[in-house]
Design a protein around this ligand. Sequence first.
Ligand SMILES: CCCCCCCCCCCCC[C@@H](O)CC(=O)SCCNC(=O)CCNC(=O)[C@H](O)C(C)(C)COP(=O)(O)OP(=O)(O)OC[C@H]1O[C@@H](n2cnc3c(N)ncnc32)[C@H](O)[C@@H]1OP(=O)(O)O
Length: 247
Amino acid sequence: MASSEEDGAGGGGGSLEEKEKGRKRRLGALATAWLIGYNIAMTAGWLVLAIAMARFYMQKGTYKGLYKTIQKTLKFFQTFAVLEVVHCAVGIVHTSVLVTGVQVSSRIFMVWFITHSIKQIQNEESVILFLVVWTVTEITRYSFYTFNLLNHLPYFIKWARYNFFIILYPAGVAGELLTIYAALPYVKKTGIFSLRLPNKYNVSFDYYYFLIIVMASYIPLFPQLYFHMLWQRRKVLHGEVIVEKDD
Ligand SMILES: CCCCCCCCCCCCC[C@@H](O)CC(=O)SCCNC(=O)CCNC(=O)[C@H](O)C(C)(C)COP(=O)(O)OP(=O)(O)OC[C@H]1O[C@@H](n2cnc3c(N)ncnc32)[C@H](O)[C@@H]1OP(=O)(O)O
């Protein structure tokens, strides 16, 4: 995270260098305040989602219809996560734009272009699987960032942040892949998001094959995200310094 770097520089000095240092400090404080607000809002959003899912299941005794009940909250908070890519791009969070971009875009794709668009699969068990996994992950992750920024990080949150993913990441990926797989027959039948020839643009696009490519792209991309997290884990929990290649 961007820090109030160059601490100790005089604020009221007149030189250009001192003014620049003062500006950076103010930006650092502003960025920290923004990130605290953002992370609190995201923790709260995913907590609301967790409570709504638990209430639904306790009242109805089934997961059928669960997605429909929670979809608005899910769409709102998952889409809001686009800001994470912005945070990296503008440099207020020191992490890879590429890694964050792949993570966020795959989630947004699942929410809008699979589960929202193909209604027939909304009651699949695999949807519940990735929903539960995402929810546990995000409550842990955003509360970790919040407490970290406030310099009051309980060890169990840090531990959970850098251990839960070992199981949750593969479980989430399984839920996502099974959901896309379940969507394939409906995509083929309805031709949703596909463009057939002839048309005035003279281009064709088959969403069915696109989804197969997306599924295949998990094979090279997921291990990179997983190893990234394993490196982070070693760095944070065991204090190992590992030099990662830039994007
Ligand atoms: C268009 C079609 C697209 C199709 C694409 C197909 C791609 C398929 C492959 C993708 C598979 C993804 C599947 C996935 O959706 C499944 C799941 O998520 S399942 C649930 C389990 N998931 C996880 O556990 C997620 C783990 N991933 C992450 O945590 C992040 O997303 C990730 C970007 C991968 C890692 O994060 P990061 O590098 O940021 O690690 P850290 O958390 O350790 O943070 C590093 C430093 O940055 C600071 N930071 C980061 N974010 C914030 C923030 N919001 N506020 C404040 N600070 C932040 C953090 O504190 C660290 O700073 P420092 O080192 O200074 O302490």
